[in-house]
Design a binder for this molecule. Structure first.
Ligand code: ACO
Length: 319
């Protein structure tokens, strides 16, 4: 028993913030942001818009694409580090809006690797026979945990959501899943407050990152993971049809493409328009390239991500 991707969807909030807008807010330039990161603009939520709103709309698009009814879903899992509330979790919030009752619905937090973690877990539930059809979402309102006075981080992130419908299948869809983490690096990338670590007076949750050091560990760790995926699946470099990487930095993505001996035309890039949307970036990139016709049924895909924790994950997928 395997699981396969039956449908995908995404949702981006309407408001767009360009690099030129950011020039008015902090000491930065469009040129610096573009050349160091590859980002030109990002979408941000409205004041009355929350992570579950983005997740709900992306889920509707994936449900429509799969040609199913919400009632046929029996497992819901959302990767997010920016949930609406402490509880109910985002899975329960979208379950209620989709009119589904009684199925397991939960969220997990693994920063930018959240979607890869959710996909890996859902795959195991389907393969183990505990569910037949899963809704797997990556959704974030990163703008809510950004310090908008910190030029080193505020230029990087955006909001959005991506979703897939994963269903049981006799033919292999998800071929291999690799997940990892290392808490020793917590000081390099974290959000400053939470629930049991309560905010000090006037201080909200703010993302803090030593970007340069994160960059080095990300390239090294992703490189080893990509090698592991090839080796464990008996694949040679160049055999993957499409790389769908987490969209954190164009230079990290280029390093991975080089390692896989893939031309950049075979790499799905959304970073220019979306920025880094954390757990939402991989499913949004996947949906983008399926909808514009680049990714076709039967193609071999490698999805990968790296984020705070540190956490990392990859999925080898026959679409
Ligand atoms: N505008 C202008 N100058 C800036 C800006 C800015 N927005 N930000 C930093 N600078 C300056 C710095 O102050 C520094 O100046 P100095 O040389 O005078 O000290 C200079 O630019 C270079 O800074 P670096 O940090 O060395 O720049 P770098 O080339 O490393 O790029 C970046 C920074 C884009 C953050 C990069 O390191 C990166 O992408 N890191 C990885 C991010 C990542 O993968 N995160 C994981 C996922 S996120 C998650 O899990 C939530």
């Amino acid at each position: 028993m395997y699981s396969r991707i039956a449908g995908t969807g995404k949702y981006l909030p309407e408001r767009v913030l360009t690099n030129f807008d950011l020039e008015e807010m902090v000491d930065t330039t469009d040129e610096w942001i573009r050349t160091r990161t590859g980002i030109e603009r990002r979408h941000l939520v409205a004041d009355d818009e929350f992570t579950s709103d983005l997740a709900y709309r992306a889920s509707l698009a994936a449900i429509e694409d799969a040609g199913i009814e919400p009632g046929e879903i029996d497992f819901i899992l959302v990767g997010t580090t920016t949930p609406d509330l402490i509880f109910p979790n985002v899975g329960c919030l979208i379950q209620e809006r989709l009119g589904i009752h009684g199925t397991p619905a939960f969220s997990l937090e693994a920063a930018c690797s959240g979607f890869l973690y959710a996909l890996g877990v859902a795959n195991e539930f389907l393969r183990g026979g505990q569910a037949k059809r899963a809704l797997v979402v990556g959704a974030e309102c990163m703008s809510r945990i950004i310090d908008w006075t910190d030029r080193e981080t505020c230029v990087l992130f955006g909001d959005g959501a991506g979703a897939v419908i994963l269903e049981q299948s006799d033919d292999p869809g998800i071929l291999y899943s690799s997940l990892g983490s290392d808490g020793r690096y917590r000081e390099l990338l974290y959000a400053s407050t939470g629930v049991s670590v309560t905010p000090r007076d006037g201080e909200g949750a703010a993302l803090r990152m030593k970007g340069n050091e994160v960059f080095k560990v990300a390239v090294k760790t992703l490189g080893s993971m990509v090698d592991e995926v090839l080796q464990k699946n008996g694949l040679d470099k160049g055999e993957i049809d499409w790389l769908i990487p987490h969209q954190a930095n164009i230079r990290i993505i280029q390093a991975m493409a080089k390692r896989l001996r893939m031309p950049m035309e075979r790499v799905v890039l959304t970073i220019r328009e979306h920025g880094n949307t954390s757990a939402a970036s991989v499913p949004m990139a996947l949906d983008t390239a399926i909808r514009d016709g680049r990714i076709k049924r039967g193609d071999l895909l490698l999805l990968e991500a790296f984020g705070g924790g540190f956490t990392w994950g990859a999925s080898l997928v026959r679409y």
